[in-house]
Design a protein around this ligand. Structure first.
Ligand SMILES: [Zn+2]
Length: 88
């Protein structure tokens, strides 16, 4: 079982089916978040990196990387609450 937090994108708080950084939090999948488009293992490998990617993504309009994955009535503010605390 993965905890909810393990499944969350460090940049945008999106909940994946697989933990983006692996079960141990140290084995990034090097795949792309369908929401913010971060590549897990690169821009999100530090708090500073996650913060700066997040700021740029939001400044650019917080567009979904995969628009088909965007749920109806999606709420950015609510999702951001789920960013793991150490990457906020
Ligand atoms: Zn994301």
């Amino acid at each position: 079982m993965h905890s909810d937090q393990d499944l969350r994108c460090r940049v945008c708080g999106y909940s994946s089916e697989e933990p983006p950084w692996g079960a141990d939090g140290k084995s990034p999948l090097y795949d792309f978040c369908p929401c913010c488009g971060v590549e897990h293992g690169y821009q999100d490998s530090s708090q500073i990196g996650a913060r700066s990617y997040r700021a740029e993504w939001i400044a650019a309009g917080a567009k979904w990387e995969d628009p088909d994955a965007e749920p109806e009535g999606w709420d950015l503010t609510e999702q951001l609450l789920h960013v793991p605390p150490e990457f906020k």
